[in-house]
Write a protein of this length. Sequence first.
Length: 205
Amino acid sequence: MEQQRFKRRLAAILAADMVGYSRLTRLDEEGTLARLRALRRDLIDPVIAEHRGRIVKTTGDGLLVEFASVVDAVRCALCVQQGMAILNTDVRSDRRIEFRVGVNLGDVVVDGDDLLGDGVNIAARLEGLAAPGAICVSEDAYRHIRTKLELAAQDLGEQRLKNISEPVRVYAIRAPASTAPRVSGDPPVKARRAQTSFGLQIRLP
């Protein structure tokens, strides 16, 4: 009997997860869920769409997104983290909603609208390594963005990731405090801005 062959493709995968979700829902379940819903509607989903991402799946406190370009994936992550930093400026530290993000470039298995395989699993493990408000990217992803995005990265060395056979070199990056990343070599253009119901304007690269 011929073994079934799965459809595969190369993809940039972004995995994001909210920090302290259980603690915040214990403090104020309805308020936390309402804030998350508003963040998705007014910040996260529009920025994902702006960077041509496809939301693969969501959980109560996280999501998985596919991009055709790793540059787009990292730019999207930086814009979201920048927006969250601005929104949290006047929020008490114990009430802030913050996200960890992991980005990987790898081979994925296509199962209908879902994606499976090490390409996805590595992104999820990278997210777990990221500090609140930060992004961890694999070496495969970093190799493609290091000469295209103006950002500082910290080399965390090779990391053993759960259920991943080979160690993965990991780089940690943070969104700039006041400016969004710009692709090197892009012609100067008038910055586009996304207006949210929070009264926040996020500069989109």
